[in-house]
Ligand binder design. Sequence first.
Ligand code: NAP
Ligand code: MN
Length: 270
Amino acid sequence: MSMHKARVIHVVSNDKPLSRETSRILKHKLENNGFYIVDDFDPKADLIICVGGDGSFLNTLHSYNFPEIPVIGVNTGHLGFFQELSPYQLDEFIFKYEKGDYIIQELQLLEAAVCTRTSCIEVMAVNEITIKGYLSRTIHLNISLNDSFLEKFSGDGILVATPSGSTAYNYSLGGSIIDPTLNLLQITPIAPINTTAYRSFTSSFIVPEDVVIKIHPEYSFENSVVIVADGTEHKYREIVEINLTMSKMRAKLLRLKNYDFWNKVKEKFL
Ligand code: NAP
Ligand code: MN
């Protein structure tokens, strides 16, 4: 029998017992409905279903290098902001998926070119990229928007959030919640120093999606800054410039048709 298109599903799960059990039940249900399940990444898969929390969703996108395949999550984690389904909605999901009763939400991704004197490394993120001092030191960062100098920031660091990352670490730092249909980036200070010794902005600023945020670290004590992308830390030596931009790449998140961002915010935060 030939395999019909849109029937190959890659199921990923984290190691929690509830996730493993949910994933086992899900695979069983999908197979009973004639779907073909793959356990390893397959670029020809039609859908990736990720069982876990938001952290698992982020891991899935990072470990498969931001695939073009749509992803939907089943929430077995704590918060599940990206995770569209609850474990009790598996039948409903299969029913709606077969009918094409869903929407695809495109998530804008953030990209940083982290440059030393000789080369640049690209770092991608769904939620945010933070730039902090190594060993919890105060960091001094010259921030420019395109080629226009904005400020010398002093403090713990800065965070650059995408709209869909605005509800994560950004929100804990007092940043604004951004409707993900808006195309913009938010720069949020982390413990900015604002004294006669150092003058730093103390609130977030919001810039259009086509701006290049340029960071030039100023080294007083230690030659390293730390770059954290979606919670994963990267340490580089002798960074001279970091250029943050909105990526042309998008992640595709499958959502049920009744998905509403602000309802999700109310449901998860209030
Ligand atoms: P984690 O430490 O378990 O994440 C912290 C919390 O952030 C979890 O409850 C997670 O949801 C939630 N979260 C992730 N993305 C979100 C989003 N877009 N909107 C709302 N909440 C979101 O680590 P993780 O699960 O690997 O997630 C990595 C993220 O943690 C980072 O991207 C960063 O935004 C966030 N973080 C937050 C703080 C803070 O608020 N002080 C500090 C460090 C990192 P689940 O429970 O469903 O996993
Ligand atoms: Mn988590």
